[in-house]
Design a protein. Sequence first.
Length: 295
Amino acid sequence: MPSETLRLRIAVQKSGRLADRSLELISGAGLRVMKGANELLYRIENQPIDLLRVRDDDIPTFVADGVAELGIVGYNVLAEHFPEDDLEERIVMRLGFGKCTLKIAVPDSVSYEGPLSLEGKRIATSYPNILGKWLKDRGVSATIVEMRGAVEVAPRMKIAHAICDLVSTGATLEANGMKAVDLVLASEAVLIKAPHAPPADLAHVYDMLLRRFDGVTASNGAKYVMLNAPREHLNEIIELIPGADAPTIMPLAGREDTVAVHAVCQENVFWDTLDKLKAAGASAILVLPIEKMMK
Ligand SMILES: Nc1ncnc2c1ncn2[C@@H]1O[C@H](COP(=O)(O)OP(=O)(O)OP(=O)(O)O)[C@@H](O)[C@H]1O
Ligand SMILES: O=P(O)(O)OC[C@H]1O[C@H](OP(=O)(O)OP(=O)(O)O)[C@H](O)[C@@H]1O
Ligand SMILES: [Mg+2]
């Protein structure tokens, strides 16, 4: 095959909760997506890369089989496909979006004293492998009722006593008269890789892509903080800046007692932090978003 026809493939969710954020990550890495007539495959205009747009359930297998070199999928979906594997071998990086938890939930009126309360019960879920392993590890024997969706209605329909489903805000559980009682798995979107190295001709594109994804992900939520600080409270003020690593301290023209402080914060900066900085004597505080970061 001539090398100019070789293209890397990234499997992404076609539509759903991860679709937009996956495309944002891809464009954040400088890839220009061409939305053509082919709904299954989007071309990247400025790199030899294609996006394979599929149901999220197909992504772990496509990547494991080498149909795509990389994929963006929920950790929960990956764990359900490969419940016995060391998932770290498949994961390139955690992406910081699509955060949710897989939880055991029961009707509000039901008491729960730990996993043993599930003994002999029926539990509805779309994640039979993860739940099966979780129950086995805790020595609980229960019947797993597999459902593709609308798991939250199972107790009301008398199909199951409990459910094991994804939760983020808890609104779905609340609307269905249920409460979360145990954590099974914490999840977020992850970048996964095929077991074999990419074609040699595309190794540089692959490496560049991982570097850029890392840069976009690392800057997620990170902020650039600039402020003026009285010298006598400098240490206290630096301590207050969240996740600040080696801030830059600069003199201010004509102001002996005050310095300018610039710092990259690895975490979000909330209003209460600004209030504390102000109370400690900081002034002219600016918090700026960081678009890209390369360490
Ligand atoms: N409420 C939520 N909050 C945050 N993230 C979520 C939530 N629900 C699901 N997710 C994450 O987003 C992923 C995709 O969810 P979505 O509901 O779009 O899946 P789906 O209906 O199975 O989509 P597909 O049509 O691709 O099969 C989930 O596997 C999970 O990782
Ligand atoms: O705690 P919450 O914020 O309410 O989120 C939890 C809900 O989100 C997901 O469903 P989604 O809304 O994606 O619809 P689906 O069930 O059709 O996939 C999940 O299956 C829960 O039902
Ligand atoms: Mg799915």
